[in-house]
Structure formats: C-alpha cells, structure tokens
Design a protein around this ligand. Sequence first.
Ligand code: FMN
Length: 129
Amino acid sequence: MLQITYISTATGPVDTAVILATSRRNNARDGVTGLLYANGKRFLQVLEGDPVDVERTLARITADPRHRAMVVLSCRDVSAREFGEWAMAERTTGEGGDAFVARVRALVAAAAPAVRATFDGFVQLPRAA
Ligand SMILES: Cc1cc2nc3c(=O)[nH]c(=O)nc-3n(C[C@H](O)[C@H](O)[C@H](O)COP(=O)(O)O)c2cc1C
C-alpha cells in the first residue's frame, strides 16, 4: 500500500466542501483513503491506497488549478492504512487539525532537510481561517 503526503498553496478562495465532495466520490470508487487539512490558504493531504490508484489520483490533483506549489513531504510503503478508512476526512486548524499536523511532522522527521524546512514554513504560516 502506498502513502503519499503533500502540501500545497491555494491559488484563490477555495470551497473545500466542493473538493471534499469530489474526493469522497472518486476515492470511494478507487479504494483511496486519507485526510485533507485546509486552513484557507494551504492544503496538507495524505492519500493511501494501492500504488496505481494513489498515483492516478495524485496526477489529477497535481493538475488542479485551484492550488499550486505542491511539495511531496513523504512517499512510503505502508503495510496498512495509517490515517483511517475515510474516503477523505477533513481537518482545519484546531479541532484535531493541530494533532494531524503534529503527526505529519513526525512523518516528515526522516525527510531531507529541504523538505522539512518547507513543511516548517507551512505550519508556521499565520492562520488564515
Ligand atoms: C487540495 C485538493 C485535494 C484534492 N483531493 C482529491 C482527492 O483526494 N481525490 C480526488 O479524486 N480528487 C481530489 N481533488 C480534485 C481533483 O483535483 C480533480 O478535480 C478531481 O479528481 C476530478 O474529478 P472528476 O473528474 O470526477 O470531476 C483535490 C483537489 C484539490 C485542490
């Protein structure tokens, strides 16, 4: 099973509910699960599933003009899903979002310094929500 974690920046005001609705529909179909964190300005997402399905999903997401500057923080094989069975769960600042960010911080601890620095820049941004 493949697990990919990335961050990105919204290109404008984003309706997260619309993104979540599309994600849940497609991901349920494709056996992809994960978690999307949005703070109004940035996204942090984990995708888990069979490699071919995760790669295909990520290719669609990468091409989406609603965000830019995508940086993959972590890409690893996992023996089981680590972020639950949700077709796409949602987190924002507070209400579980901070715990999620802390979890990703642990995931990124082993990454290259440049990736860690990018992630730190992400989480230190003032909260836009
Ligand atoms: C931050 C972000 C996260 C997204 N996450 C997913 C996702 O998990 N699954 C998905 O199918 N589409 C996701 N999308 C939407 C895709 O970019 C794309 O619009 C969608 O997959 C197209 O699906 P459709 O052809 O069924 O309309 C995301 C978009 C953004 C901006």
